[in-house]
Ligand binder design. Structure first.
Ligand code: CA2
Length: 148
C-alpha cells in the first residue's frame, strides 16, 4: 500500500530562507528543509508534499485539496498565521490532523505575533526550534497516524 501523504504548507516570504536575515531565520534554505523532510518522512514510512506560496489563496487551495487525501498537514503560514481567518476555515473544513510549525519562538517576538489563527485548528504547535521543528512535527504526525 502507498505511504500516507503529509502535506507541508509554507506561507509568504519563507522562499527567502537562507537568502536574507540569517540572524533571525538561519542559513538553511527552504529547499534544504524540504530535502530533510522528505528523507525523514521516508524513514517514517510517510510521503511528503512540500509547498510554498506568497499568496493566501494558494495556501487555502492546497489545504482544501488535502481533505480525504492527506493523512496530516504541517503548516507554517508565515505572517498569515496572525491574520488569516481564511486559512483557519480551510483547516477546519479539511478535517485532516494539523501540526503548526514556526521556525522562531513567536512568543518571544513582537506582541502581534503572539496570536495564531492556525492554532485553533491545530492538534499542537512547535515553535522556536528552527527547521528541526518540521522534523518534530513529522514525528508527532507519524505517532498520531499510527495510533488512529
Ligand atoms: O517563525 C516562523 O516560522 C514565522 O512563521 C516566520 C514568518 C513570521 O511572519 C511569523 O511571525 C513567524 C516570516 C517568514 C519570513 O521568512 C523570511 C526568511 C528570510 C528572510 C526574510 C523573511
Amino acid at each position: 500500500m502507498a505511504n500516507p501523504i503529509i502535506l507541508i504548507v509554507n506561507g509568504p516570504n519563507l522562499n527567502l530562507l537562507g537568502k536574507r536575515q540569517p540572524e533571525v531565520y538561519g542559513h538553511e534554505t527552504l529547499a534544504d528543509i524540504e530535502a530533510a523532510c522528505i528523507a525523514h518522512a521516508a524513514a517514517l514510512g510517510l510521503e511528503v508534499e512540500f509547498r510554498q506560496s506568497n499568496h493566501e489563496g494558494d495556501l487555502v487551495d492546497w489545504i482544501q485539496g488535502a481533505r480525504g487525501r492527506a493523512a496530516g498537514i504541517i503548516v507554517n503560514a508565515g505572517a498569515y498565521t496572525h491574520t488569516s481567518v481564511a486559512i483557519l476555515d480551510a483547516l477546519l473544513s479539511a478535517e485532516v490532523t494539523c501540526v503548526e510549525v514556526h521556525l522562531s519562538n513567536i512568543h518571544q517576538r513582537e506582541e502581534f505575533r503572539h496570536h495564531s489563527f492556525v492554532s485553533k485548528a491545530a492538534k499542537g504547535m512547535i515553535c522556536g526550534f528552527g527547521s528541526h521543528g518540521y522534523i518534530l512535527a513529522l514525528d508527532a504526525l507519524a505517532r498520531l497516524i499510527r495510533g488512529s
